[in-house]
Design a binder for this molecule. Structure first.
Ligand code: ATP
Ligand code: MG
Ligand code: MG
Ligand code: MG
Length: 562
């Protein structure tokens, strides 16, 4: 593609409102543009990368026998009523009406549609198991769309659904999918980890999240330094995880049962959280949340935090109420002066409060992740263990460490939930009607693209891995006023095209400095510069990631590139 004829609008400035590398670089390098909050256009370069990511996913899905199809994004409300999700999805589900006043949702996911479709087509065990998938745009009215493609309101997802006549068959499909996801993310060059996740409301079913390791990730994972144990923070703090062996319990020095935290444990937890830079604590006492700001610029934090919590429908106790509840010395807006007040608070929590809830906002390192919203989840003290860096891993092997991750995919054994709600039965071998079992499997395609940029960039721009780079070669003519450079550039462009190599040809009448800067920003793996030695047939070749530079004769260029 000739750059002079393409839409690659690059710029130097850091775009306002873009806080993380992938968001900034994808905008600056001309891969995406925002249309509205959480809604993006993929420009030609972004579109090329997206299609490459999709192609890798497609290959791995097809390998395990999944069937690609395409379902509607516009879905009738009745289906969502049948599963109860019209109500439980809340504000995240985008809703609209047609001209006849009939209600619809824009697909946030496709369990309803696929189950109701399959129930009419799969009536016998002979047709099972079956796995279908699609790559499609999803809509979720996220409370806080942010970080560019990482949390959008319109985004591309690969979602797959499997249907089974037995639990064993579901296990098999789940394992296949788990392996396929591992293959996909490995091929994409990501540093990732599958972690045990909490199946939440669905209850008791297996689920794993695939996390791309990244400091900007919204999730926290806990992993053992010697064993394969890795879990998201919700699972790692679930108390029942720790009741595995006597040995584990002993080495955790757990004197109390999980339901009765000792004051020391609570105090240790608070202290540890404070040491980790936690900025606020949230206690639920007598149905009111008490916010305690622990450090930092109180005035700024207080206001910000209050807004954050209130935006999440949390009813905060007033300062007066707080003081009535806890006693003088604590205000919902007052700082804790560690360590004395931590102990007093912990003492109070353990002695007097039956329904204590503790959470932490994302400004600080938090070990308790809170629901009902992303921004803080509240767990009851009874349900959680306070896990610290260096604690024994729940499997008894090695010590726990924490890292931040971006959830790029999830595999989930749904069991019979959707099939029951939607009446999806099949005839089993005995000729009896029985409920289908299901699994569902998602990959955030556009989020994954951004996660790759988080892991592949330097101070000058993106450093795409070869397999998904928008082009393999960036060919530059340094001085387009020099005829011999243009002529060699044109020759090489044609040669590369003839060999089937994807090449972006910077034939623009720009200064060399501008071209080099754009080239670094865009991040194509190989750069070939036609410059001063064009008349002798020599060009300069440079690898984007390593910066390794070599000179080659035009006759050797193809060999170098391949
Ligand atoms: P999150 O916890 O980040 O909100 P989720 O658990 O709600 O994600 P799933 O329902 O598991 O998401 O959807 C499958 C995949 O779709 C996720 O693993 C993630 O990669 C991607 N995804 C989910 N929400 C978004 C979003 N708002 N923007 C981009 N990708 C998303
Ligand atoms: Mg979500
Ligand atoms: Mg999630
Ligand atoms: Mg998920």
């Amino acid at each position: 593609m000739r750059q002079s004829k393409s839409l690659i609008p690059t710029f130097k400035e850091i775009p306002a409102g873009a806080d993380i590398a992938s968001h900034q670089l994808l905008l600056r390098a001309g891969f995406i543009r925002q249309t509205a909050s959480g809604i993006y256009s993929f420009l030609p370069l972004g579109n090329r990368v997206l299609k490459k990511v999709e192609a890798i996913i497609r290959e791995e899905m097809d390998k395990i026998g999944a069937n690609e199809m395409l379902m509607p994004a516009l879905q009738p409300a009745e289906l969502w009523h049948q599963t109860g999700r019209w109500d439980t999805m809340g504000a995240e589900l985008m809703r609209l009406k047609d001209r006849h006043d009939r209600e619809f949702a824009l697909g946030a996911t496709h369990e309803e549609v696929v189950t109701s479709l399959i129930k009419d087509e799969l009536n016998s065990y002979k047709k099972l198991p079956l796995t279908v998938y699609q790559i499609q745009t999803k809509y979720r009215d996220e409370k806080r769309p942010r970080f560019g493609l990482l949390r959008g309101r319109e985004f591309v997802m690969k979602d797959a659904y499997s249907f089974h006549s037995s639990a064993e068959s579901l296990d098999e499909a789940y394992n296949d999918m788990y392996q396929a996801y591992t293959a996909v993310f490995t091929r994409l060059g990501l540093n990732f980890r599958p972690v045990i996740a909490d199946s939440g409301a669905m209850g008791g079913k297996d689920t794993h999240e695939f996390m791309a390791l990244s400091e900007v990730g919204e999730d926290i994972i806990a992993y053992s330094d010697t064993s394969a144990y890795a879990a998201n923070i919700e699972m790692a703090t679930a108390a029942d995880q720790y009741e595995t062996t006597d040995e584990t319990m002993q080495s955790l020095d757990k004197k109390a049962t999980p339901n009765q935290k000792t004051m020391q444990e609570v105090a240790d937890y608070l202290q540890h959280s404070l040491d980790k830079g936690l900025k606020s604590l949230l206690f639920k006492i007598d149905n009111k949340f008490v916010l305690v700001v622990t450090r930092g610029d109180h005035e700024v934090n207080d206001i910000k935090l209050k807004h954050l919590y209130q935006a999440n429908d949390v009813e905060l106790a007033t300062e007066r109420e707080t003081q009535q509840i806890i006693g003088a010395g604590f205000g919902s807006l007052g700082p804790i002066n560690i360590p004395e007040e931590v102990e007093v608070l912990a003492d109070y929590a353990v002695k007097y409060v039956r329904n204590v809830t503790c959470g932490a906002n994302e400004d600080g390192y938090h070990f308790v992740n809170v629901n009902p919203t992303r921004d803080f989840q509240v767990s009851r003290f009874e349900d959680i263990r306070f896990v610290k860096e260096g604690d024994l891993s729940p499997d008894g092997e090695g010590n726990l460490h924490f890292a931040r991750g971006i959830e790029i995919g999830q595999v989930f054994k749904l069991g019979s939930f959707y099939a029951e709600k939607l009446g999806a039965n099949f005839l089993n071998e005995q000729g009896k009607a029985s409920t289908l079992l299901m699994g569902c499997y998602g990959i955030g395609v556009s989020r994954t693209l951004a996660a790759i940029v988080e892991q592949y960039h330097d101070e000058n721009g993106i450093t795409w891995p070869n397999q998904i780079a928008p082009f393999q070669v960036h060919l530059l003519v340094m001085n387009s006023k020099k005829e011999e450079q243009v002529s060699l550039g044109d020759t090489l462009y044609q040669l590369l095209l003839d060999k089937g190599i994807e090449v972006l040809y910077d034939d623009r009448k720009e200064r060399a400095g501008v071209k080099f800067a754009d080239s670094d920003l865009i991040g194509i793996p190989v750069r070939i510069t036609v410059g001063k030695r064009a008349d002798e047939g020599y060009v300069e070749c440079k690898l984007r990631r390593t910066g390794e530079q070599t000179e080659h004769h035009q006759a050797e260029v193809i060999e170098y590139v391949q």
